[in-house]
Design a protein around this ligand. Structure first.
Ligand code: ADP
Ligand code: MG
Length: 381
């Protein structure tokens, strides 16, 4: 991706970039829709990443182009709403940095990425995090690492207008190679959890269902609203404040069946994250499989965010011998991850591809994902 970003920079601006910054997409091992409930998540960074080739701008404006949109978008200091389309992700980062009291340098940017767009692997956070890190480094801005995810999240929430939680940006910025990131979405406390699957003879197979996303934004908003409603009825700041020991009593107080299901997912999912972390800390990697599968069942039956393609991928992977499998990401399409013996990854991917072909679904795309590094400068040209 570095070569592509540099070439795109030269093509668009007729000059060389000063430097290259990269930020990864992510998969969430477990903890789905828990982030906006102040709960727990456990993502790791993908090897796929977005690279930003960047140089100071000659005229005090910001310009950005992408291999996907080669014509540069140029803007000055803006407020939310002024830059629309994909350029809003970049204008949003500039705005959010200024809003937080920093002076980001005016730059030209060219982006190249191999994170699939709109597949639930967080290409949006990869883009924001690469740009944010470049602006901080080039401008010599004193923005501590722990503040960065919230700045990128504000860009996406308030400038782009997408109401996402803190998971994606935290993962892209704070993940480390060979580790999963245990994040408390209330305190933003993190812990790096060793996640060396190869040493255990295991692999995480990521299966992109390539299912068309439908109603994603509306359904996401509806889930958030249900969770907020439940928390309000239960008199707690967020569903994070209900734990599994209090679940039965809480469900009794929620008359509405939909609210009960949504609440049960969040409460049990938070516990599954904690249980997964405990197992990984103890070096029991294979044993997390049933928790992954239970998470999927909960997303399918209680949170109701899966579609046929992801359910078939999970069922097929399990039938092919996976220790556990679940949809990862916000839902309504996107990707599935399966925990498999490393020598079974290919056979599992083939089994899912056959099951898709039999049902007439678009072909899936599968790969083994190894936990990679978070956002960083790549080199000094
Ligand atoms: P996800 O984050 O799951 O991939 P989103 O809908 O949150 O899906 O973000 C995808 C959007 O991010 C794209 O529609 C596009 O606007 C923007 N985007 C991401 N990567 C790039 C890129 N390399 N070039 C241009 N736009 C990008
Ligand atoms: Mg996104």
């Amino acid at each position: 991706m570095s070569g592509k970003a540099s070439a795109a920079f030269t093509e668009a601006y007729g000059d060389e970039p000063t430097g290259l910054w990269a930020a990864p997409g992510r998969v969430n091992l477990i903890g789905e829709h828990t982030d906006y409930n102040d709960g727990f998540v456990l993502p790791f960074a993908l090897p796929q990443r977005t690279v930003a080739a960047v140089a100071p701008s000659p005229d005090g404006t910001w310009s950005v182009c992408s291999t996907l949109a080669p014509e540069p978008v140029t803007f000055g200091v803006t407020e939310p709403g002024e830059v629309t389309g994909w350029g809003a992700y970049v204008a949003g980062v500039v705005w959010a940095l200024r809003d937080a009291g920093f002076e980001p340098p005016a730059v030209r940017i060219a982006l190249a990425s191999d994170v699939p767009l709109g597949a639930g692997l967080s290409s949006s956070a990869a883009l924001e995090s690469a740009v944010l890190t470049a602006l901080i480094d080039l401008g010599g801005l004193d923005v501590p690492l722990e503040r960065r995810p919230a700045i990128a999240q504000r860009a996406e929430n308030l400038y782009v207008g997408a109401p996402t939680g803190i998971l994606d940006q935290s993962a892209s910025i704070r993940c480390e190679a060979g580790q999963a990131l245990f994040l408390d979405c209330r305190s933003y406390a993190i812990e790096q959890i060793p996640f060396d699957l190869a040493a255990a003879g295991l692999a995480i197979l990521v299966i992109n269902s390539n299912a068309p996303h439908q109603h994603v934004d509306g359904e996401y908003g509806a889930r958030r609203k249900s969770c907020e409603e439940s928390a309000a009825i239960l008199g707690v700041p967020a569903l994070r404040d209900i734990d599994v020991t209090g679940l039965a009593a809480a469900l009794e107080r929620l008359g509405d069946e939909v609210l009960r299901k949504r609440t049960r997912h969040i409460v049990t999912e938070n516990q599954r994250v904690l249980d997964t972390v405990a197992l990984l800390r103890a070096g029991s990697v294979r044993e997390i499989g049933p928790l992954l599968t239970a998470s999927h069942t909960s997303m399918r039956d209680d949170f109701e965010i899966t579609v046929a393609q992801v359910d078939v991928a999970v069922e097929t992977a399990l039938a092919a011998g996976a220790y556990g499998a679940r949809m990862t990401g916000g839902g309504f399409g996107g990707c599935v991850l399966a925990l498999v013996d490393d020598d079974r990854a290919e056979a599992t991917a083939d089994a899912v591809a056959s099951a898709y072909a039999e049902r007439g679904f678009d072909a899936p795309t599968s790969w083994v994902a190894v936990a990679g590094p978070g956002a960083a400068r790549l080199n000094r040209l």
